[in-house]
Design a protein around this ligand. Structure first.
Ligand SMILES: Cc1cc2nc3c(=O)[nH]c(=O)nc-3n(C[C@H](O)[C@H](O)[C@H](O)COP(=O)(O)O)c2cc1C
Ligand code: SF4
Length: 446
């Protein structure tokens, strides 16, 4: 059974209420840290822990924090990225809904470490009920003296605000998020300057994911070294995985990094195996933007080793035979699933969500959607496979933000691993109606 550091008290009723949270060690780590540790101590522990950002890219959190510019007299900010709009990813919602005070305690600890006196939680606008839960919890924290002036007589002040998101996937990209936070349209910024130098309102800013910030609480509780001993290699600690698709037990699981993918899919402690005794066909391991892998490559690497739930093992083989842990959105597809039809749904999503600033992304996502539509309505030709390949190659690495890559990688991996399915749809269009995941397209005009 996995160690639990974030969902330890998940089974407790009314954990959202501050009295209940406090009965279960709530705010004790903050009280102790403010009494015994300097802000620099917190940064040191986070560095020692090896914590990597849980928003998708897996960048070391302590290192990111150490890039924060600290010019005299200029305020700096911590912004929590709770936009969570990646298809297949719903772990942050779960954490905020069940245990909002854990995120708030993490926000206070992290803001203290960074010397921020005004911090923000930018929450996906569609998570309206979570915005309410967070606002209530923040009010409770102010009343209890954990927010506001002179927190717990430490001399440290912090104001925390919740900002509803703009309702677009792109608002989760950190610079688009900052634009949106400032009240503008959520268009990504060209970097540099990076947020650590000029972020929210031009001030030095750290943007971190919900799970990353919540993890600072257990790190300060057990110490960075002890946290680094949990997990495997450079994938330290635990990770929340939102599992969906054709599995017996969809849901959010906290895993210790390093368990096998096989255990995660088939054991009763996690997904409980494939629904209706079907065979596994494919997995999208880290949210819709990572390469899709067929069953044999998600269970074992190309070298024949058991694939593990770690950043390194999932990426083993690069984009030829590997994938990414990404945001932890684990989508499982059974043997009856059409990869091409699912790909079309993803492509439609990315086309819809492109902000339109870069031509390769704006035009390329539109073309990929159109061509994939030809495959699933039986009008594609074999040369369309090469055309799709060319288009995704012309998007990858040629855009302001990684949304372009996110749109390209699923297409590239599907062609790489499931080319025969594309060919079958061209050679035998009647086979299309025999597979699952057919989305009615009557409302779309081509
Ligand atoms: C299109 C797009 C959407 C993103 N959405 C999210 C999101 O919803 N939540 C998140 O934490 N990071 C998201 N990211 C990644 C953020 O840009 C950023 O890397 C992350 O918030 C950093 O936090 P971390 O260091 O704690 O992982 C997104 C990136 C892109 C390109
Ligand atoms: S890659 Fe796409 S979403 Fe990102 S800035 Fe360019 S057009 Fe906008």
């Amino acid at each position: 059974m996995s160690k639990k550091l974030l969902l330890t008290y998940d089974h407790i009723d009314n954990l959202q209420q501050i009295e209940v949270y406090k009965k279960h060690e709530g705010y004790s780590v903050l009280e102790n840290t403010l009494k015994c540790n300097s802000p620099e101590d917190v940064v040191v522990e986070v560095k020692k822990s090896g914590l990597r950002g849980r928003g998708g890219a897996g960048f070391p959190t302590g290192l990111k924090w150490s890039f924060l510019a600290k010019p005299e007299g200029v305020p700096r900010h911590l912004v929590c990225n709770a936009d969570e709009s990646e298809p297949g990813t719903f772990k942050d919602r779960y954490l905020m809904e069940r245990n909002p005070h854990l995120l708030i305690e993490g926000m206070i600890l992290s803001s203290y470490a960074l010397g921020a006196n005004t911090s923000y939680i930018y929450v996906r606008g569609e998570y309206y009920y979570i915005i309410k839960i967070l606002e209530t919890a923040i009010e409770e924290a102010y009343k209890a003296g954990y927010l506001g002036k002179n927190i717990n007589n430490s001399g440290y002040d912090l104001d925390l605000f919740v900002q509803p998101g703009g309702g677009a996937y792109i608002c989760g990209e950190e610079t688009a998020l900052l634009e949106s936070l400032e009240g503008k349209r959520g268009n990504p910024r060209i970097k540099p300057p990076f947020p650590a130098v000029a972020g929210a309102w031009g001030r030095p800013t750290v943007v971190n994911n919900v799970e990353t910030i919540a993890a600072v609480v257990p790190i300060m509780k057990i110490g960075g070294d002890a946290y680094a001993n949990i997990g495997l290699g450079k994938s330290t600690g635990t990770k929340l995985i939102s599992a969906s698709g054709h599995i017996n037990k969809p849901g959010v699981y906290e895993i210790e990094m390093g368990i096998t993918v096989e255990e995660f899919i088939y054991s009763d402690a996690y997904c409980g195996g494939i629904r209706n005794g079907k065979k596994l066909k494919a997995v999208v391991a880290g949210g819709s933007s990572v390469p899709i892998l067929p069953a044999h490559l998600i269970l074992t690497t190309a070298k024949g080793e058991k694939r593990l739930m770690t950043y390194e093992s999932l990426a083993d083989g690069g984009f030829e035979s590997g994938t990414m842990l990404g945001s932890g959105g684990f989508i499982v597809m059974d043997e009856d699933t059409s990869v091409v039809k699912n790909l079309f749904t993803f492509a439609r999503f990315y086309h819809h969500e492109s902000c339109g600033q870069c031509s390769p992304c704006r035009e390329g996502t539109a073309w990929m959607e159109k061509i994939l539509h030809r495959f699933i309505n039986g009008t594609a030709e074999l040369k369309d496979i090469e055309l799709l390949w060319d288009i995704q190659k012309n998007i990858e690495g040629k855009t302001i933000c990684p949304l372009g890559d996110a749109a390209a990688w699923p297409v590239a991996s599907a062609i790489r691993h499931f080319r025969s399915e594309f060919e079958a749809y061209v050679n035998n269009p009647a086979s299309i109606n025999k597979v699952k995941h057919y989305y009615r397209l009557n409302n779309l005009v081509y």
